[in-house]
Design a protein around this ligand. Structure first.
Ligand SMILES: [Zn+2]
Length: 339
């Protein structure tokens, strides 16, 4: 191996935890604000980047919801989704599973048709260009369960294009059990289930998510390490955790990347993956996440290969597609060792 960074960049991988709303680069944010005549508190990309210094999850969410006001029309959703897919592909991502949360947009008067048509067109174009993707609809946990159920009804005409659902927003005071009926209804529609859990919330929220909601994946899940019996359950059931190292640092879930528990999770046999969460807000796409967590935790290249394999194993791809992706990783690694 001549260059570990180039090897890691090209290593085939999947990204399973990113939010389309969190992929609006400052330049695109300003462009869309101009195009849609929306006034923002910032006038330059540098000012926006300076504003992206968060003190906690809540201060991040305030900016996150401010930023999404610029996405109005089909073309806007197309542009942000396309830009993300192109960037991810340039960093070795062969498959992306992307969240978008329509509730905030619909409240601003955006038409669900425009949102869905823009995102789906970008996904189709991405597929032609060589990156596959799946769409996950996210709802906000600070809203009511009735609002989540209403969202599920509204997306019904689009179900064939939607693989799963997720849930984000402030965890504390909004336990997973608040949404038991919603998750049951989503399961009944054949949707795959995940929820942000154990990011700022306690290990008990992760336990509720798997035992009461029956989720397929946990998004984040950092707090599981506080409860050894929960770690045993996650390991024995091979429930994936979509870890977002730089996001955790930026929203102060961890004080430093050196203190991140990713390596301890791997050593505990957990099915963990590395993801960017909100790449534009954190100025960190998947490759930067891999390089920074590798440096901080002294991960080996074999650890990185394991994480790349995990990303496909934990995906919502079919068994056959997962086997193909793992074979691509084997080929990539073998070709590198020949050099
Ligand atoms: Zn997230």
């Amino acid at each position: 191996m001549h260059n570990a960074e180039a090897f890691i960049r090209g290593l085939p991988k999947a990204e399973l935890h990113m939010h389309i709303e969190g992929a609006i680069e400052p330049e695109l944010l300003l462009k869309l604000a101009r195009r849609n005549a929306i006034s923002l508190p910032w006038t330059s990309p540098a000012e926006i980047r300076a504003a992206y210094q968060f003190t906690d999850l809540r201060s991040f969410l305030v900016l996150f919801y401010e930023g999404l006001k610029v996405l109005r029309l089909e073309e806007d959703f197309y542009e942000v989704t396309s830009a993300y897919l192109r960037r991810a592909q340039s960093e070795g991502v062969r498959h992306a599973e992307m969240f978008i949360g329509p509730q905030g947009f619909l409240e601003q008067g955006v038409r669900l048709d425009d949102l869905m048509n823009g995102v789906l067109r970008a996904m189709r174009d991405g597929e032609v260009a060589g990156i596959t993707s799946k769409l996950l609809i996210s709802t906000h946990r600070h809203r009511t369960e009735a609002a989540a159920l209403d969202m599920l009804e509204q997306i019904d005409p689009w179900l064939e294009h939607i693989t799963g659902i997720g849930m984000g927003g402030p965890e504390l005071g909004n336990p997973p059990t608040k949404f038991a009926a919603y998750f049951k209804a989503c399961r009944a529609k054949g949707l795959r289930l995940s929820i942000h859990s154990g990011e700022e919330g306690p290990a008990s929220y992760i336990r509720e998510s798997i035992e009461v909601l029956g989720v397929d994946r946990i998004d984040h899940g950092n707090a599981c390490m506080d409860d050894p019996s929960l770690v045993d359950e996650l390991r024995s059931r091979a429930i994936p955790l979509t870890i977002c190292p730089v996001s955790n640092l930026m929203t102060h879930v961890v004080a430093t990347l050196e203190q991140h528990s990713l390596k301890a999770m791997m050593d505990a046999g957990l099915l963990v993956t590395v993801n960017s969460d909100d790449p534009a807000f954190f100025s960190s796409y998947i490759h930067d996440n891999f390089m920074r967590i590798k440096a901080a935790l002294n991960l080996s290249v074999d650890d990185i290969i394991t994480l790349a394999r995990n990303s496909f194993i934990a995906s919502y791809l079919s068994e056959r597609e997962i086997a193909e992706a793992l074979a691509q990783i084997d080929d990539y690694v073998a070709a590198d060792r020949l050099n």
